[in-house]
Design a protein around this ligand. Structure first.
Ligand code: HEC
Length: 172
């Protein structure tokens, strides 16, 4: 009896930890490659990278700033949600990278007699679209519990070539 109880607890623990790993709409967030400071997971989706000393990759740092400037007024500080827009730390547990990209580009509406939820479309806004991977990576790190609230304390240096790429995207 006792043995079975322990075995059952072990199985429950195993199931629980499997679920916890999969609670990311884009799958395993582990970085498997990087190009000019932008990390990607095994599926090729943008992801975060955190050094042993807590230093976050450049994109995660940029994502924090861009999220705060463009999304926070509706989605709340640190992706935690507000009364009029969902907590993106929760949304990213099921939404994939391409779904996030689609929603930010094209917007989304859920308007009826009881509520008026409108996510604007940012497809033509360079302040958002030039940084969408950074914003995604930051929110992914928040959703996976890899980055806490507030501005990450230690951020990796700006990758070589980043500034030129940014200028080209912003059209300056
Ligand atoms: C003016 C308010 C507002 C701003 C600014 C805003 N959003 Fe939203 N967003 C919403 C609302 C409201 C919804 C819910 C829409 C719905 O339910 O159809 C939403 C939904 C979303 C969703 C889908 C969430 C889900 O669970 O389905 C994503 C992803 C998202 N927003 C990302 C962003 C990002 C990234 C930014 C910043 C670049 C941003 N939003 C800026 C109001 C906003």
């Amino acid at each position: 009896m006792r043995r079975n109880g322990i075995a059952a607890a072990g199985i429950a623990l195993l199931l629980f930890s499997t679920t916890a790993v999969l609670a990311d709409g884009s799958g395993d967030p582990k970085a498997t490659s990087s190009d000019a400071g932008e990390y990607r997971d095994a599926q090729g989706n943008p992801t975060f990278n955190i050094e042993k000393d807590g230093t976050v990759d450049w994109y995660t740092g940029v994502g924090y700033l861009r999220y705060t400037a463009n999304c926070m007024q509706c989605h709340g500080p640190d992706g935690l949600g507000s009364t009029w827009a969902p907590a993106l730390v929760d949304s990213l547990k099921t939404l994939s990278y391409s779904q996030v990209l689609d929603t930010v580009t094209n917007g989304k509406k859920n308007v009826n007699a009881a509520q008026e939820l409108v996510m604007p479309s940012f497809g033509t806004n360079p302040n958002v679209m030039c940084y969408i991977d950074a914003i995604y990576v930051y929110l992914r790190a928040r959703s996976d519990g890899a980055v806490g609230r507030g501005r990450p304390q230690k951020i990796a240096p700006k990758p070589p070539g980043y500034a030129a790429q940014e200028d080209a995207c912003m059209g300056s």
